[in-house]
Design a protein around this ligand. Sequence first.
Ligand SMILES: Nc1nc2c(ncn2[C@@H]2O[C@H](COP(=O)(O)OP(=O)(O)O)[C@@H](O)[C@H]2O)c(=O)[nH]1
Ligand SMILES: [Mg+2]
Length: 353
Amino acid sequence: MVVIAQSHRCGRPECDVSKTGVCVEGHTPSESCPFFGQATDDTLDDFEDEDNAESSDAQQSVEPTRIPLHSGEALTPAEIDQFLLWKPARFVTIVGEFDSGKTTLICCLYDRFLRGSFAGHLFAGSRTLVGLEKKSHHSRIDSGRVAPDTLRTSLSDGLTYFHFSLVSSEDLQARVELMLSDRAGEQYQKARNNSDIVSQLIEVKKAQHVVLLMDGSRIADPIHRSGAMQSVRQTLRAFLDGGALLDASRVQVVTTKVDLLAAVPGKQVLDTQLEQFRTGLQNDFGGRLGELSFWEIAARDPHGGFSPAHGVEQLLASWCASITTAVTRVPLRIPLSTEFDRLLSRTPMGDLI
Ligand SMILES: Nc1nc2c(ncn2[C@@H]2O[C@H](COP(=O)(O)OP(=O)(O)O)[C@@H](O)[C@H]2O)c(=O)[nH]1
Ligand SMILES: [Mg+2]
């Protein structure tokens, strides 16, 4: 840093007035010189360097308080916690084996909302647009694929959530922040026989709706049918016994890819087996849950026989429907001694007193 007394420096580089006190132009007093007190180009550079140093110091001190922009990728559990500080959200946990159709279900929802309103709701934004776009890319023509497909969810991706901010088409003030979970099916397969893994599935406890997918392509095949049904039954039992599902949990057993069941040989036998399976689940587990219901979807029929997102509309409507719980209001009975306190009784909060 260059220390020059502001009052003694001169704008002319050849003038030594700051050292000798003599003005090179011969002005007496030196203060009468028009260059006196001005900065030379050199000293200006020095001051600029100093200013830059100061501003970079200031920048550094500002750095930690900067608010990072959202990446738009699927949200991690830590990011979900951050989100919840800002707004409440409704959680839907989608559980299913590898290839059962979890990611396609989320992608087809996104696809429907890109086209307009769906299930009485409009898309009002998402914190995970980049993630949704990446997942949906393989289902689009510009991906270069001959048939729509879904990007594979890997075990190392862990648990992530896709966010849909939706408003009711009838009441634009009625908004719901929907968080749909996405996790590799292998982890759910392991959890069926391992209660330690069940306790790590935080998304199941947290959910307002737990969706258990039953893979329609395995149901369509007589060799794999019984195994597919058994895996749903075992998952339900493991989640209940492991404490991940409670007596208030809402569980929706959803048969996916029902387009593959339409023309299956022995359809009547299949329908009877499915009916027996559902009755069995209801008898064995219905009483231990808040709700156990059965649904059928064809999120994406590659042959177009079923309309896109077949059956998903009703499922989405059930997730968005307001969950009414009977709340018994207990009056607080606070003694209101001052007129200022009594103001509260004249507000909408008044009936709590
Ligand atoms: N026929 C048919 N195939 C589907 C349907 N939904 C998904 N698939 C296919 O099933 C495969 C697995 O789907 P994916 O969503 O990746 O399953 P995930 O592993 O559970 O996430 C993909 O090849 C999808 O194209 C459907 O409704 N009908
Ligand atoms: Mg997946």
